[in-house]
Each structure stands twice: as structure tokens, then as C-alpha cells.
Design a protein around this ligand. Sequence first.
Ligand code: HEM
Length: 444
Amino acid sequence: MTQRTLDGQSYPLPPGNLGLPILGETLSFLQDRNFANKRHKKYGSVFKTHLFGRPTVILMGPEANRFILSTHFDHFSWREGWPKMFRELLGRSLFLQDGEEHRRNRKLLMPAFHGPALNQYITTMEEIIDRYLNNWEKQGSIAWFFELKKMTFEIASILLIGSEPGELTDMLSQWFTELTSGLFTLPIALPGTTYSKALKARDRLLNHIEKVVQERQKHPTSDALGLLVQTRDEEGNSLSLEELKVQALLMLFAGHETTTSMLASFNMVLAQNRQIRARLNTEIENISPKGSITLEQLRQMTYLDQVLKEVERFYPPVAGGFRGVVKPCVFGGYYIPEGWQLLYRIDATHLDQRVYTNPEQFDPDRFSPERAENKKMEYSLVGFGGGSRICLGYTFAQMEMKIFAVHLLRHYDWELLPDQDLSFHPISTINSGSGLLVKFYRYN
Ligand code: HEM
């Protein structure tokens, strides 16, 4: 049956192909980075397919984002949306909660990511960043992506769960890499598979986090986990040990993979665009040439903000968001049935020609106050999601990336090494094939 009825009117299902029984089109989705582009070209901005065992609708464009993230928000579930691997590996954390449970937990987590807490993070971020910059200078040439991953993980684990730098933090980082590899693979838990390694890494991480939580419960601290342990909802209830463990796991996961990807793209783009780099240097020289940075100085760096927005648009670390359809609805004239899965596309939205002039060109001035291209249509810049469930770590991540940029650009320069694969792999977060090989040195 291709026609369905809603509120007395009949609508067709979206065009597209459900592929093979059970497997659907999952393998092509995982292997072909142009999977969705090809189908959008053929069918338009809404099409159906079959991924991870369920019929799926894939949508692109600001109108679809507004529909999913705002006007029809209550038709979709996060928990039912993300594939089984996410539910198993990330547990019942904020990312995979809905309704009242989600509202309560988001409110409890919020103080660690906003207001006075952020100010307290600046010095630690600066110290870690400076230490890494010094080390890279000594090494001379580096695979920057992997170094950035270590750095952002250290920042997240120290500020969010109060770890100490050293071997243990390196080990945790390694376990996270294994866990992340399991998010977008077939969930086959046979010995030696990527997925079974990911499950093992998850257990090790949770064991470690459990010890940290118990320690915090006895001796509260000022890191994000310390705040969470002490936090109470309106009825005076605190989070249970199990809740604290999965929320901490999620914060660590979400807090470094994405930031690494965006910083790697930022560094690559600056190596390729010397004029953009020169403009950033002038801005930094005028506003914060040396010493510790303040939030007020970061706010004044409007060109840095534009460049980061353009990196978010051009190289979004998260390519899209999954949802489960919990109430049937109609979008673009097509019926979207309850029980299906839905994917909204961040990457494709960012290339929409109705919003962005020459979208294939890297041009930070499109976000200048005069042009402000993203203001033409709501939900056209969604690298951090949007609506009431916009990324919880948005301000934390922006602050970390800006502090990194200022400390880096004040003294250091870099060149891309020849003969490397600079193409980007969009699953799960974008990262470069070669690891971004650069010659790194101090210029003043
Ligand atoms: C460049 C860095 C980052 C990017 C690009 C990014 C991107 C995103 C996106 C796209 C979503 C929404 C996904 C959807 O709609 O399905 C999201 C949600 C989320 N992010 Fe981030 N993120 C970043 C950094 C962080 C950091 C640093 C943290 C925490 C330490 C964090 C925590 C979260 C959480 C908890 C959610 C779920 C929010 C909720 O469900 O209420 N993110 N992020």
C-alpha cells in the first residue's frame, strides 16, 4: 500500500527503495559517502530507504529541520531513533532520553555547561592547550588529528570527570576510540569484531567511571561530575549511580570526538587560506595579544566567530540526526508512518543554494553582519542541532575552540606535508584520512 490517510486525507509514502530484506540499504549507507546525495538527486529532498533493520525517511533542508527540531518535535523520539549500537554503547544517557525524563536530566546537567562554571574552565583549558602546543613544537612534525583527539579528550576528562593527565587518561582515550568505532558498524558481537571490542571498551569505561562517581559521592569536587553528584531536581531527588555513570560516559564521548573533528578542519583550512589566517592574526593582536583570555575578549573576536561558523557549515562534525517516528505525520506532501526511523541531514542543509551563495566555496564573510546568510532561513545552520535540544555542550565547545585558536595563532605556524589523503570521512564524526600530517613550528 503506497497511500496512507491522516486527518481524512490520503498521502503517498516518500519515493525511494527499501532494498534487500532485513539488510535494506544499510551496507551502501555505511560504505558509500554519496549514498544520500545520489538519492536526493533522484527523488528530491525527501526519500525512503531501509537502514539498520528499519524503514527510514531521509530529509534535507531548513524546512525539514524546522519540522523535526521545532514544530513537530513531539512526533519524534531520540531513543527510538538512534540505531541499536548507540543504545547499547551509550546507555540510557541524555542523548537517548525523551519527554519528562530528558527534561529533568537536561536541567540537572545544564549548570556544568553554562554560566559561572564556564569561567572556571578557562585556566585549565589554557594550561592543557599550551602544554600540547609546546610538545608539538618539540616534535616538529605531527599527525594532528590524533594529537587533537588526545588534547580534547584530556580537556574533557579533566574538566568533566576530574581525571589527572597521564597514562590512565591515555588509556581512557583509547577505549573511547574503540567504543566510537562500534557506533557505525554492524552490531555483530562475535569475538574479534569491531562491535565486540566496542562493547568491551564500554564496560571498561563504565567500571572506571563508577569508581570516580563513588569517589565524588564521598568527596564532592568542582568538576562537572562533582556538580552532577550534588545536583537535586525540584523534588530534591539526585541522580542514581547508574544514571551518573551513563551521563558521564556521554559527556566524555560527546565532549571530544566532535570538537577534535572541527579543530582539525579549522587547522586544515587555515593552512590552505593564508589571507583568512592573516585576518585572524590581526584580530587576535588587537584584542588579546598575550596572557590569559577572558570571555569578554572571546566575544569581541567576531571574525574568529565567522570562521568557526564557516567550518561548522563546510565540515559539520555530525552529518545528521536520527529520530524514531512516534506519531504519524506528513512532510512535503509525503506520509511518514509511526514506527519508522528518520534522519535529518545537517551536511546537505549546509549546501543549500537558496541559503548560501556559492555553497561549495569556503567563505567566512557569508556570516558577516552585512551578509548573515544563515539568517535568510531558520534552521539553515545546524551543526550543533537546533531547537530545545540543541547541543548541550555548544558554549563549552565554542569556548574551547576559540581559546585553542588564540593560543595557537599567537605564536605558531604549520604547513601541510605533501602526498597525504586530505579527504574527509563523514562517519561517525568527520576525520581526515591521513590524520592531517603537518610541519609545526613557532614563528615568534
Ligand atoms: C564541535 C563540537 C560539537 C558539535 C559539532 C556537536 C554537535 C551536536 C549535535 C549536532 C547535536 C544534536 C544531534 C541531533 O539533533 O540529533 C548535539 C547534541 C548534544 N551534544 Fe554536542 N556537539 C559538540 C560538542 C559537545 C560537547 C563539548 C558536549 C558536552 C561536553 C556535547 C554534548 C551534547 C549532548 C549531551 C547532546 C544531546 C542534547 C540533548 O539531547 O538534550 N556536545 N551535539
